[in-house]
Structure formats: structure tokens, C-alpha cells
Write a protein that binds this ligand. Structure first.
Ligand SMILES: Cc1ncc(COP(=O)(O)O)c(C=O)c1O
Length: 418
């Protein structure tokens, strides 16, 4: 069978391979603390009850025909208010595009701005940019970010790669690290983009920023979400934002995402999303619009949900710090946002009890799945080399109790390594 070059060259997900291993053990009746998937167990983290009821009501009211290509106006108006209240962003409904989750918005941003052969710059680790570049035929440049800077890229990291590039893809809070930009770092990156665009001849393509803030509502402690246009308003014509309901309302299966940016770009993206037919289902749009208008219910849900996610992340962080204090070669970066914790499990080169040498982070991960019944995702799945012993732990699909019970198992398994 002859497939297209895109289909032939698309890389499979490393996370799917890990899922295969976990499922195999589950089939044998093992209990695994599965911290691999960037999703929620909806029995632990259900969607807001009002949202669920409004969805049912919308089906009962036969809201089941095609929605408009850019999303229901009432939803886009509600999103404007939601963004204003929570993030202080001033938007109008014609700067917003709704789609079936935020992924089609990301893909449409690539399609609207990037031509085959254009350069797209993104940090490593980061989520899926390499795959979007492969699909588009863009030249992706993965710029390694430093553990000492919480794996967030800096202007100094990016500067050598931006000359002539078409898009810089950024994300904060970042999947996979759960860390966020400091104001200084994001301002310096914004200034770099402004500086680069000043050098471009009139009529040539500028450097755009894709800014993925899908986790913006999930920030902890004193960490405040920041975004490029709020820091540097002159960037307004050059930034497309990715956002949506999937993560902040534990609503990954509801499929309501949105993006916003310059009207001209959003119009182009609307045409692309329409040809894909990647609209959010109409009943979900009707329900989401109604829910977002109920500020006290939204705030109540977010407050409670965030506190629970933070409790799990903190338990994991504190647990790993304790194992580190006991002498194990571990580390963790303080949780700042999203549903992820960055863990260092520095055991490559060590020998397992059965004589197997753990050559890299993938081997360490599979060892822990088998020996500690604990599953993480090595950063190599997010574009770094597999010689880096850093991992993503995602807490959305695990109970607090499962996380607490898993930590001593990890310690025990690591102590067996020679
Ligand atoms: C950074 C980031 N952006 C976008 C998405 C996609 O979200 P959605 O489920 O709304 O398509 C994810 C999902 O994991 C993500 O981690």
C-alpha cells in the first residue's frame, strides 16, 4: 500500500508505547499509578455539574444542527468576558475562533501562517510542535531549554534561531514541565521578536508567536500567568493565542477549544477549520456559553478543582524531595501551573537486579513501571535527547491516595539498582 509522504513520515507517539506496556500489566491484574497521560480520570475529576446539565438540556432542545464556522456568537461573547475577568485580556468576538478542542486551532495556526519549508522555532521539551512541523513540511528547530531555568526558554536560547523564522511556538504553563515564564524572560523574548520584525523588509512575512495558554487558569501559589500582548501591546498583530475548556474544566472529552488573535488571521483560520469540519459540537457550545456566564459557579469550580490538582502535585513534589533527602538521586521542580510535575530520576548506567543495564531515560521509565508500578513520561517524548533523565508526571488520572502510596514504591525500586 502506498501512503503519502506525510503519513509515512509521521512519528508515532512515545506515550502510546508506554500506554501499551501499562495496559499489558493491567491485563495481568497489576495496579499501576499511571502518571503518563495529560488527561483526567473523569470519576476523580468530573466536569462542572452545571455544564453537564446544560449539555443535556441542549440536546433535549434539539440544538443539533451545524454550528457557525467560527463558533456561536453567544459563546464567543462569553469567552470575551471570561478572558477579561480572569486574565485581563480585551477581546472582541470577531477575534475569537471556536473549534473542537484546541488542537484544530493549533493546526489551523500552522496552516494559516507557515508555508512548507518555513522555519518554526520551539523549545525542547515542548508538546507536539515537532509533529505539526512534520505535517506542514516546516523546518522545525527544537531549542533545548535549561533545567536551571525550569526548562523555560530564554531570549538568549532563542536568539540564534529566529533570523528569518516564521513562527515561534511558546507555551506557559508548559506541557510537559508545569513551569511558567517569569516576567523578565517573557519580556525579553517579546523584545527579541519586536527587534527581529523591525529588521524585516516591508511586505515580507513577519515572525509570529503561537502562544499556547491552555493551562492559564491552573496556576498555583504566587505564580501569575503572563502573556505577550499584555506585556508588549505592539505585538498584537503577531500573536495567536491557543486556549480552551479542556484543561481548566477537566473537560477534555467535551471538545470546546478556542483561539484568538488578529482578525485577519482568525478569518483565515476559520476557513481552514471549516474545511476540516473541526467545529465544537453545537450542544456543547450552547452549554459552555451558558456556563461561562455564571461567574460564581465558574469561580467555585475553578477554586475547588485547582486546590485538588495542587494537593496532588504538592504531595508528589514533597514525596520526591523526601526521597532525595534520604540519599536517592532524584529531584523535582516546584509545581507552578498545569497538571504536571518535572522529576529527575538520575539512574542511567545503573544495573537492575536481573542484570539489565538502564541505558537511558526510556529504560529507567520501563524499569519503574515494572518494579514500582509507577509510570511517567521521559522528556525524550517531548523532543529532548533520551540522555536527559528528566520526566513528566501528570496527576490528572491518579487519586491523591494512589500518588501517596506510589512514592515509597519508587524509593524501594531505585534502591535495588546497583
Ligand atoms: C499545551 C497543550 N495545548 C493544547 C492541548 C490540546 O488540548 P485539546 O484537548 O483542547 O485539544 C494540550 C493537550 O494535552 C496541551 O497540553
Amino acid at each position: 500500500m502506498s501512503l503519502s509522504n506525510i503519513a509515512k513520515n509521521l512519528k508515532g507517539s512515545e506515550i502510546i508505547k508506554i500506554a501499551g506496556e501499562i495496559n499489558e500489566l493491567k491485563r495481568k491484574g497489576e495496579q499501576i499509578a499511571n502518571l503518563t497521560i495529560g488527561d483526567f480520570d473523569s470519576n476523580i475529576y468530573p466536569i462542572p455539574p452545571e455544564l453537564k446539565n446544560y449539555i443535556k438540556e441542549a440536546y433535549d432542545a434539539n440544538q443539533t444542527n451545524y454550528p457557525p464556522g467560527d463558533g456561536l456568537l453567544v459563546l464567543r461573547d462569553s469567552i470575551c468576558n471570561f478572558m477579561q475577568e480572569h486574565l485581563g485580556l480585551n477581546l472582541t468576538s470577531n477575534e475569537i475562533l471556536v473549534s473542537s478542542g484546541s488542537r484544530p486551532i493549533i493546526y489551523a495556526t500552522y496552516l494559516a501562517l507557515v508555508d512548507p519549508g518555513d522555519t518554526v522555532v520551539f523549545p525542547a521539551p515542548s508538546w507536539n510542535n515537532n509533529h505539526y512541523c512534520d505535517i506542514i513540511g516546516a523546518k522545525g528547530i527544537a531549542v533545548p531549554a535549561d533545567a536551571d531555568n525550569n526548562f523555560m526558554p530564554t531570549a538568549a536560547d532563542l536568539r540564534p534561531h529566529l533570523k528569518g523564522a516564521t513562527m515561534l511556538a511558546l507555551c506557559s504553563p508548559l506541557n510537559p514541565t508545569g513551569t511558567m515564564f517569569s516576567q523578565k524572560d517573557l519580556e525579553e523574548i517579546c523584545d527579541l521578536v519586536i527587534e527581529e520584525n523591525r529588521t524585516r523588509p516591508a511586505g515580507s512575512k513577519p515572525l509570529y508567536i503561537l502562544y499556547d495558554q491552555i493551562y492559564a487558569m491552573l496556576t498555583f501559589g504566587g505564580h501569575k500567568h503572563l502573556d505577550p500582548v499584555s506585556l508588549r501591546p505592539e505585538l498584537k498583530d503577531y500573536v495567536v493565542y491557543i486556549d480552551g475548556a479542556s484543561k481548566c474544566f477537566a473537560a477534555t472529552g467535551i471538545r470546546v477549544g478556542w483561539g484568538f488573535g488578529p482578525e485577519k488571521i482568525i478569518n483565515a483560520m476559520r476557513a481552514i477549520v471549516s474545511h476540516m469540519g473541526a467545529w465544537a459540537p453545537k450542544p456543547e457550545q450552547v452549554a459552555m456559553a451558558k456556563f461561562l456566564q455564571e461567574k460564581s459557579k465558574v469561580d467555585k469550580f475553578l477554586g475547588n478543582f485547582k486546590a485538588r490538582v495542587q494537593k496532588s502535585l504538592d504531595a508528589l513534589y514533597v514525596g520526591f524531595q523526601k526521597l532525595k533527602d534520604e540519599g536517592l538521586k532524584l529531584d523535582a521542580i516546584e509545581p507552578m501551573g498545569a497538571i504536571y510535575l518535572t522529576l529527575k530520576i538520575d539512574y542511567s548506567g545503573k544495573v537492575a537486579p536481573d542484570g539489565t543495564i538502564l541505558k537511558n531515560s526510556t529504560d529507567i521509565n520501563f524499569y519503574l513501571i515494572k518494579e514500582a508500578k509507577a509510570a511517567f513520561v521521559p522528556f525524550s517524548a517531548f523532543g529532548t535527547g533520551d540522555d536527559i533523565n528528566w520526566f513528566r508526571a501528570s496527576v490528572g488520572a491518579c487519586s491523591l491516595q494512589d500518588i501517596q502510596e506510589m512514592i515509597p514504591r519508587v524509593g524501594e525500586a531505585l534502591r535495588k539498582l546497583k
